[in-house]
Design a protein around this ligand. Structure first.
Ligand code: ZN
Ligand code: ZN
Length: 804
């Protein structure tokens, strides 16, 4: 039923807690905790009031093969007795999950379960499992120590802490993907004759799953109830009666035996009255208790160190079975099971009930639906196992020795644990509701935001958690105490959902990781000169360092981050050490270099020889190129668009003017940037781009309305030769490249351009000294961004459109 529900609502940070048992009840404890793909199950008990399959938790609600770990808090049947069934009869074994419990729990569990199998299988054919199955699964249980952190990998771990209650009982602090859940199981905060009290774990959990057996009740102080207990027993014996103490084989029984043995020692008049411990397991279990004395409290350990073994009782005898019991007068009989559902305790209850001298003292928590609970209502008669009605005249008393917390202890513990979410389990609805109400008002009085939940069986509880995580600062970074306003600069290392911040130098020492730096290389294919690239870079970054690298290759360094080299003529190589900020600088350099191509100021060197009618002097090759680039760059900075054209000569083809508008368009695109000032200045579709105008347009009829450029070109005589055109407010100026002569219709513009040209000529010598272009660039052609244009060389002068 919950399968679908469970799948869908679990988001990134949703914790799901589903009780398969012990939700608003006591018995069959089984709590499923799911978070970020991890599944942990705490406890697998049976319900003492039921038998057979009905006693099991709602195990069908879980795909047991998905369980990562099954943790058993203690050996009580309501926490552990369904374990064999789950391990042997579900698909648990198909998964990778293992079962964990403490060493004493594992040792006692085995004997207890043998007894359980024997008792629960007696007279029933609905056998849950047999002894061999129990033993087979028992062998696979992993025993752990208190405070031993068990790492299951991938951010899943747990640590058992002392829970008091019974020998071996523990709480589990479970960490799943950084989220911590404390599952208490049954616990007690009172140190008794042999156990340590439950400890508050040193780490604060996000969620506390807490028992609530006694709700808001207050339990009697230990010494008071011990005195009341011994006095009651003494008085029953004095009136000639028999005392029945129904107990669990293990746990409180040992505490009561210690108490009685002490009392008998102090009262010689009682030495003739036998104390029996009627359990076939008693002797075996006593040896386990003796084995684990080191996990018990100081009182027991110091007695043991004085060679006074407290578990060797002077006044208690074991009774293997009732056949060997000579029932002939006052005695104290401690008999299991505690709930008197069957077994020795039930048999003796039925036998002794009619005699008013006798007395039964219920000393543990009596679960609803059991004889132990029924007898507390002082019934006039009880129903025997065989269905017979038996009068009840014996006295009935209840003195709780069950080692659970009462309200004062539980609420104080919940305070100390400081979880923001408290989930109450293992309590009857009435007790649990009372506790919840008491806790709620306690926290609202204090204005603390603590949520209290009490989920029912099979009703999943979902809790959302913000993905806020804490990182520990370690190593040299931690040498300075943190200050609120001072940011910490270091490496964030995430492992299994735990985070640390440390200095890069500490990385190897603290994490075993090594640091490596990544050298990034980017090749940019670019047909521009070194100087032009540098000119653009300086424009963007201000200063650019220039030098040689380790191999003696000339190198520019931008922003102290990116090195630029020129391995071949038409290629620039960028190198930088990768980092977030360095990559950003490198990206901007690449963008800038790639933009040079489309920049109008840029001269492109074509690999194709430009075949044309005019003659190119030999001296205009190597040094010319860089000088020209410098010239173009400076002119562009001053005037914006710069265009190359040929001047002089006579019109070559007056007859074969392009007839198709497409041709004109194509040539326009090839010859110049669409946004050039020349285009902007001409609104007439018949206007031709200057380069083409110069070579293809015949000097037409005299017309002063013609563009200024046409009129200027007409003035330039001589052979066809390359030149550069700039313009200021539609007023063109032409610089001849071979002579650097300046032509202009306006004198002021002419002078200004001449000044610039002179300045370039004076500085370009140093540039040409340091940089040599390959002689292949015998000529230059301004092509805008159309670097792939194939020049149909023989036909260009016939104004045949070029292919694009
Ligand atoms: Zn228990
Ligand atoms: Zn319990």
């Amino acid at each position: 039923m919950a399968g679908d529900e469970r799948d869908s609502p679990i988001g990134e940070d949703k914790l799901c807690i589903e009780m398969l048992g012990a939700g608003q009840e006591v018995g069959r404890s089984c709590c499923v905790i799911t978070f970020k793909g991890f599944t942990i199950v705490c406890d697998a008990g049976v319900h003492p009031a039921y038998t057979g399959l009905t006693a099991l938790p709602f195990i069908d609600n879980l795909d047991w093969s998905t369980v990562d770990a099954l943790l058993i808090t203690h050996f009580h049947l309501d926490h552990a007795a369904a374990l064999t069934y789950i391990m042997e009869k579900t698909n648990f074994c198909e998964g990778k999950g293992k079962v964990y419990m403490t060493h004493p729990t594992k040792a006692i569990y085995r004997f207890l379960m043998s007894d359980f199998v024997r008792i629960s299988n007696a007279g029933t054919d609905r056998m849950l499992f047999d002894e061999s199955e129990m033993l087979a699964s028992w062998r696979q249980i992993e025993a752990v120590d208190y405070h031993q952190e068990v790492v299951l990998g991938g951010g899943l771990r747990f640590t058992p802490y002392h829970a008091g209650h019974v020998l071996g009982a523990c709480m589990f602090m479970i960490e799943m993907a950084g989220l911590r859940v404390l599952y208490t199981g049954d616990y007690s905060r009172e140190e008794d004759r042999h156990l340590v009290q439950a400890e508050v774990p040193p780490i604060r959990p996000d969620v506390l799953i807490c028992e609530s057996t006694y709700g808001t009740q207050s339990l009697e102080p230990r010494l008071d109830k011990e005195m009341r207990f011994t006095a009651l027993i003494h008085s029953i014996i004095k009136r000639g009666g028999r005392v029945l103490l129904p107990v669990f084989v293990l746990g409180r029984a040992q505490e009561l035996l210690l108490l009685l043995d002490e009392y008998w020692e102090a009262h010689p008049e009682l030495h003739s009255v036998p104390i029996y411990y009627a359990s076939s397991l008693a002797r075996k279990c006593m040896s386990i208790y003796q084995t684990y004395i080191h996990t018990m409290n100081q009182h027991i350990r110091s007695r043991f160190n004085r060679r006074d073994n407290p578990f060797v009782f002077k006044h208690v005898s074991n009774l293997r079975s009732l056949d060997k019991f000579d029932d002939k007068g006052p005695c104290v009989m401690m008999a299991s099971p505690g709930f008197m559902q069957s077994g020795i305790s039930r048999e003796l209850l039925e036998r002794w009930a009619p005699d008013k001298r006798n007395g039964v003292i219920v000393s543990g928590y009596s679960v609803e639906g059991t004889m132990a609970r029924e007898i507390l209502s002082d019934p006039d008669e009880i129903i025997a196992m065989n269905g017979q009605r038996i009068p009840r005249r014996m006295s009935v008393d209840y003195i709780s020795f069950s080692a659970h917390v009462d309200y004062t202890q539980n609420s104080r513990f919940i305070d100390e644990v400081k979880a923001k979410h408290v989930v109450l389990v293992h309590g009857e609805l009435k007790n649990m509701s009372g506790l919840r109400a008491a806790l709620k008002s306690r926290y609202s009085d204090r204005e603390e935001d603590v949520q209290i939940y009490m989920p029912r069986n099979c009703e999943p509880l979902y809790l959302s958690f913000r993905a806020e995580r804490t990182a520990k600062v370690i190593g040299s970074l931690a040498s300075q105490p943190a200050k609120p306003d001072r940011p910490i600069d270091g490496l964030l290392v995430a492992k299994d959902f735990s985070y640390t911040v440390l200095a890069p130098d500490d990385l190897t020492e603290f994490t075993g990781l090594t640091m490596s730096s990544m050298l990034q290389r980017q090749h940019v294919s670019l047909h521009v000169s070194w100087e032009l690239a540098r000119w653009h870079l300086e424009g963007m970054y201000g200063h650019v360092d220039e030098g040689v690298d380790d191999a003696g290759v000339r190198c520019m360094r931008v922003m102290n981050v990116v090195d630029i080299k020129q391995p071949t003529t038409h290629e620039l190589l960028l190198e930088w050490e990768s980092s977030v900020s360095n990559d950003m600088v490198a990206d901007s350099v690449v963008a800038l270099l790639l933009g040079i191509d489309s920049c109008p100021a840029t001269v492109k060197m074509t690999m194709h020889d430009h075949v044309c009618a005019h003659h190119h002097p030999a001296e205009t090759s190597a040094t010319h190129a860089s000088q020209l680039e410098s010239l173009m760059a400076v002119l562009e900075a001053h005037f914006g668009d710069v265009a190359m054209l040929d001047v002089g000569g006579q019109p070559m083809l007056s007859a074969s003017e392009p007839s198709d508008p497409y041709d004109a368009q194509a040539e326009t695109s090839m010859a110049m940037e669409p946004s050039s000032s020349a285009t902007a200045s001409t609104s007439d579709a018949t206007d031709r781009p200057e380069a083409q105008v110069a070579t293809t347009e015949p000097p037409g009829k005299e017309n002063d309305e013609r563009p200024a450029l046409d009129r200027l070109l007409e003035l330039i005589q001589g052979p066809v030769r390359p030149a550069i055109k700039v313009a200021l407010d539609d007023d063109p100026a032409i610089i001849e490249l071979e002579t650097m002569a300046v032509h202009c219709l306006t004198e002021t513009l002419k002078q200004r351009v001449e000044k610039l040209v002179a300045m370039i000529q004076s500085t370009s010598e140093t540039l040409t000294d340091t940089f040599r272009l390959a002689p292949v660039c015998s000529t230059m052609l301004f092509q805008g961004k159309h670097s792939d244009v194939e020049m149909p060389a023989p036909k260009i002068e016939e104004a045949v459109p070029v292919s694009m």
